[in-house]
Design a protein around this ligand. Sequence first.
Ligand SMILES: [Zn+2]
Length: 309
Amino acid sequence: MGTTQGSPQSSPPNQHSGKSKASSKCGTALRLGKAVLTALAPGSTAQASETQVSAIYRIRRWFLAFLTVIIVVCLIVMGVSKARKEASSQASETATTSATARPSPRPSADRSVTAPPQAAQPQPVVLSAQDRDNILTQAQSTAAASGKEQHQFTYCIAGKGDVGDTTEFEQEVFRTLNDVHGWPRAGATFTQGSEGTCDMTVVLSQSQYMTTFSGGCSNMYSCRVGNQVIINKDRWDGGTEYWLGAGGNMARYKVMVINHEVGHRLGHLDNEQTCAGPGQPAPLMQEQSMGLLGCAPNEWPLDSELWVR
Ligand SMILES: [Zn+2]
């Protein structure tokens, strides 16, 4: 690429003009000097007296000395001029070379400098074994401190249909069920088990499969059928207009829907309690996805809902 950029044709066309001017000025001075010397030649003074010849020779000597000085000065000026030209030529060659060389090595360096920062895509926070131990220990302390009958549930996680990676879902279920604001206050704690050992299965299901669990389920909402707690993927991703319109956000919606549906598995019914008044926190078992009825969004069981059947 761009081989013409560094070729000799790119050199300034007036590169040698300074040297020509210096040599032509000196040449003119030398030609004048030679003419004067010829005019003062002894032959032209043949008819002159001895005194006149002596004077002419004196003038000739002085003029030769003067001419010598002119020649030395000319040589110095020409030498300096040439040195300057060479230095200038080298400098421009270096500049041209670096300008030509720049396009190839620079892009990779520029890319690394201007590359956007690592994409800030939210990654699910994967709980370590230690994190899980800490969360469960706190839940057990809360359950023990509740003074209520203790219930230790084991649950499984499953997906139905095209629901993608369930890592975030799995983390959220564990964290929510064992949160000290939630069912542990009713004496319940939850550990994740493997298939065949679980008291319940928490399923993340594509909405179109909701009715395959039961004709009583709707493709619009989440549902609980026996030991299956089924979270509707559309609601998991987008909540409902009622919840979001009342000031709830998606993070809180996910906590609410897990606690509400698992609440059914613990023995609770829909709308067993109603909204106590405008602005009051909605009961967890109120169908908040379908409307708040003047209550404030609430993802945790109220004191009056702290029981497990
Ligand atoms: Zn319900």
